[in-house]
Each structure stands twice: as structure tokens, then as C-alpha cells.
Write a protein that binds this ligand. Structure first.
Ligand code: PEP
Ligand code: MN
Length: 467
């Protein structure tokens, strides 16, 4: 692996040409000649140019060395030695970039990770769907309410959630605000995960506000007690407890808005290779993974670890073609596939993909998104998901991998640290009639804290049974 530094310089055309001449992964702007789906239409190109220029001057949010470290961790996942926990909001909001919301989300992620690490005895790679998840692909370009038609909400990076003509107008300056909110959120995450809050000796503290009010919280408290005893034992044996002071945490989001991702791509000064410094990992969604499309072309040229969502219509040949384009060197950890088949489809749809990909010699990490294939509309009109369907898809994922002798590499979920009522079922028995009580998502329905912890316990059990 080449040495990497934490310094970057802003990229310009001559640098790109130099890279090409030096036979490094080439043209960061080739995507501009290809069809790019799901890009917002902006009123004024000059304004977009001004924003992009401003973005290109901003410091990196992540460093190349960190991206390489995540790639190495995902390589361990691809080899069957670790498990990914990736999660966060469907759509982050500018309003949600505050200390309480970020802390609650991170706390829930840490609790889930501890459950998985301890109960499944596997190293957990913690990746937030956080600090950059501000743009959404949409199935329809507009939305109609009471006869009024307005542009669809495309995430806070593009327009506003409120159903008014003013809010729904695409505003390129929001891209800059998305960068700043990402910086604020990532800074908090770095402080929480390195500054003592994520210390394993704090396992009880993360649960303090939760233990009394929920069965999942009580179950967690028991496990935290066992961890305490294990830590005391290890200390008595001479281990240094300071080794548990912090955790590795990585950021990720969907690479949807190509102008934004391009403006935040920098050539690392030591290795001379381009990295998208907006997040450690970026992924392509189910709607923008066309082989001859702009998104795949852009991702080919950045050296971050990357992922692609695969829905139920994906053929094994599609998966192979994506590997050839995005991971031609078959580098473990470079490419992860996040499958989102739906509980009813996964047991038939996943095996042919895994079989062909494994036969090709590629080493991808297989991650299960049990959310996006299981969305439906409740009679009240709320978009929701059943906890049981989420669990069923994860169970199917483990069954398939067990039957094939391959590694179930992780889960990708939409969750929040707050006690929302967006998904039905789970420990709290949220019914379809309860959805209105705390339905706060800006896009898809998220698991609440109790549902997330319940899921972690169940996934840990599935993992133990498989290994
Ligand atoms: C998402 O992750 O929010 C999403 C839109 O997923 P997908 O691309 O799998 O539909
Ligand atoms: Mn979503």
C-alpha cells in the first residue's frame, strides 16, 4: 500500500492530466460526458460554478490515510474476519446537525456495536450513515398535495423539506451548508469516539437514560455488566485498560450529487492519488449504478473504499460488470455490495449473485440493507417498515451465506437515537395507528433506539449460530 500523508492540495486540470500521464487512475471529469441521473436542475449555472469554486477551496473532511485504513478493515470483512455496522438517518438534515441528535445517534451505534462485538465475538467496523447524507434520489421529480404540485424534496443539500414553493426551490448554496454541517457532525463524532465518551468503561453510561424504560435497555444493561466483569478480569491479568479508550469510527454517504463529490475530491500529496475527501466511504444507490452512467465513472477514479447497492433486479452479470469497472484489481476492501432485496426475495435473489461473484475471484464485502426492500404505505399515508420484515431479511441473508459457506459481512440500516414511531413492531409494539405520534423522518422510516438494540441482539445471535 502506498504511503499516504494527511496533506492535500486542491486539484486542477493540469494535475489531472499529470495523473493520467503518470498512469494513475485518470480522469476525474470523464463523468461529465455521460448521463447523470438524479441531478438537481439549478436555475443559474453561474451560481453553481461559484458554489463549486467555494467548495473546492474547503479543507478535506477526511484524510487519505483514514480511507486506506477503512479499506483495510473492509478487506478483513471480505476475508470473513470482521463485521460491518453501517447506519444512520435516511436523510440527515441541517437542523439535525446538533449535539443532542448526533450524540444520540452515535450512542445507539456504539451500543449496537458493543452488543455485536461481545455477543457475536467479532470485531465490528463502525460506519455512520452520517456527516454527509444530505442528498436523496427520488422516484418522482414532483409531489402533489391537495392539488398543488411542487418539486420533490431532494435532501437538505438541494432544497427544503417544507411543502412551499420557496422551500422546494433548488438552491446551490445549500451544497456549501451541507459541507459545513458535515464538518460539524464529523467533528462531534471524532470528539465522542476519541475523547473518552466511547471508552468501553462507559458502557453503562451510554444506557443510563434508557435502561429503566425499555426491555432492550434492560437486556443491554445485563450485557454491560458482563463486559465490566470481563474488563476487570483483563485488568487483573495485566492488560492495559487504556486500550479501550476510543474506537475507530468512519463516515459514509451516498455519492449522489456529482458536482459536490467532484469539488471535494483532492489528490493526496504523497501518493499522488485522488480521494473523495467528503467521507471515508461513499456508495452508489440502486437508482444510479448504471454501468455506462456518470456515477460509476466518477467512482472508478477515486481511491476511497466504495459500495454499491444492489436491488432484486440485479443479475449476476451486472454484479460482475460492476466489479470489472470499479474493482478491476480485485482489491479486498475496495468494493462492498450492499444488497437490498426485500424479505420475500432475498432467499432466491442473493445466492446466484454470491455464487458468481465468488467464482470470479473478487473479494467483496457482502452487506445486508434490510430496510429499502421492505417499505410500504400504512393506511394513514405514512411510509413505514415492519420490524419483522427487517429481521426476516437479515435472517435470510445469514441463511444464504451459511448455505454457501460465505461470510455475512454486515448490516446497513436506517436508524435514529430518538424514540420515534416510524417503523411498526419490535419491542415497543408500535402499531400502524401509532405512526403519527413521533413521525419525524425527512425521508424513509428509521428504526428507533429500542428497535435498533433489539435488532443488534438478534443479529448477534444469528452470527453466533452461523459461526
Ligand atoms: C437509501 O439508502 O436511502 C436509498 C435511497 O437506498 P437505495 O439506493 O438502495 O434505494
Ligand atoms: Mn432511505
Amino acid at each position: 500500500m502506498p504511503a499516504v500523508s494527511s496533506e492535500f492540495h486542491t486539484i486542477d486540470r493540469s494535475q489531472v492530466d499529470l495523473d493520467m500521464a503518470m498512469n494513475t487512475p485518470g480522469d476525474l471529469d470523464a463523468w461529465r460526458d455521460l448521463p447523470a441521473l438524479q441531478q438537481p436542475e439549478w436555475d443559474d449555472p453561474a451560481e453553481v460554478r461559484a458554489v463549486v469554486e467555494e467548495l473546492a477551496k474547503q479543507p478535506p473532511l477526511v484524510f487519505a490515510g483514514e480511507c486506506d485504513q477503512l479499506k483495510a478493515r473492509l478487506g478483513e470483512v471480505a476475508r470473513g474476519e470482521a463485521f460491518v455496522l453501517q447506519g444512520g438517518d435516511c436523510a440527515e438534515t441541517f437542523e439535525g446537525s446538533n449535539a443532542d441528535a448526533v450524540k444520540n445517534k452515535l450512542k445507539t451505534l456504539l451500543q449496537m456495536a458493543v452488543v455485536l462485538t461481545y455477543a457475536a465475538s467479532v470485531p465490528v467496523v463502525k460506519i455512520g450513515r452520517m456527516a454527509g447524507q444530505f442528498a436523496k434520489p427520488r422516484s418522482k421529480p414532483s409531489e402533489v398535495r391537495d392539488g398543488l404540485e411542487l418539486p420533490a424534496y431532494r435532501g437538505d443539500a438541494v432544497n427544503g423539506f417544507d411543502f412551499t414553493p420557496d422551500a422546494r426551490r433548488n438552491d446551490p448554496w445549500r451544497l456549501l451548508k451541507a459541507y459545513h454541517c458535515s464538518a460539524v457532525t464529523l467533528n462531534l463524532c471524532r470528539a465522542f469516539t476519541k475523547g473518552g465518551y466511547a471508552d468501553l468503561r462507559q458502557v453503562h453510561a451510554w444506557n443510563r437514560d434508557f435502561v429503566a424504560q425499555s426491555p432492550a435497555g434492560r437486556r443491554y444493561e445485563q450485557l454491560a455488566g458482563e463486559i465490566d466483569r470481563a474488563l476487570t478480569f483483563m485488568k487483573a491479568c495485566g492488560a492495559n485498560p487504556d486500550e479501550f479508550h476510543g474506537v475507530e469510527f468512519y463516515s459514509s454517504h451516498e455519492a449522489l450529487l456529482l458536482e459536490y463529490e467532484r469539488a471535494l475530491t483532492r489528490v493526496d500529496s504523497l501518493s499522488g492519488l485522488p480521494y473523495d475527501v467528503s467521507a471515508h466511504l461513499v456508495w452508489l444507490g440502486e437508482r444510479t449504478r448504471q454501468l455506462d452512467g456518470a456515477h460509476v465513472e466518477f467512482l472508478r477514479h477515486i481511491r476511497n473504499p466504495i459500495a454499491v447497492k444492489l436491488g432484486p433486479t440485479t443479475s449476476a452479470d451486472d454484479a460482475l460488470a460492476l466489479i470489472d469497472r470499479l474493482d478491476p484489481d480485485r482489491e479486498p476492501g475496495r468494493l462492498s455490495f450492499i444488497t437490498r432485496m426485500g424479505a420475500g426475495r432475498i432467499r432466491e435473489a442473493l445466492p446466484p449473485l454470491i455464487e458468481k461473484v465468488e467464482r470470479s475471484g473478487a473479494r467483496v464485502a457482502w452487506i445486508c440493507d434490510p430496510m429499502h426492500g421492505n417499505t410500504f404505505e400504512a393506511p394513514s399515508g405514512h411510509k413505514t417498515r415492519r420490524f419483522d420484515a427487517v429481521l426476516d431479511e437479515v435472517t435470510g441473508f445469514f441463511e444464504v451465506h451459511r448455505a454457501l459457506g460465505t461470510h455475512p459481512g454486515g448490516i446497513h440500516i436506517e436508524f435514529t437515537g430518538d424514540d420515534v414511531t416510524e417503523c411498526v413492531g419490535g419491542g415497543h409494539q408500535i402499531e400502524e395507528d401509532d405512526l403519527h405520534q413521533r413521525y419525524e423522518t425527512a425521508c424513509d422510516p428509521r428504526l428507533n433506539r429500542g428497535q435498533s438494540l433489539d435488532l443488534a441482539f438478534m443479529v448477534a445471535e444469528l452470527y453466533r449460530e452461523t459461526h
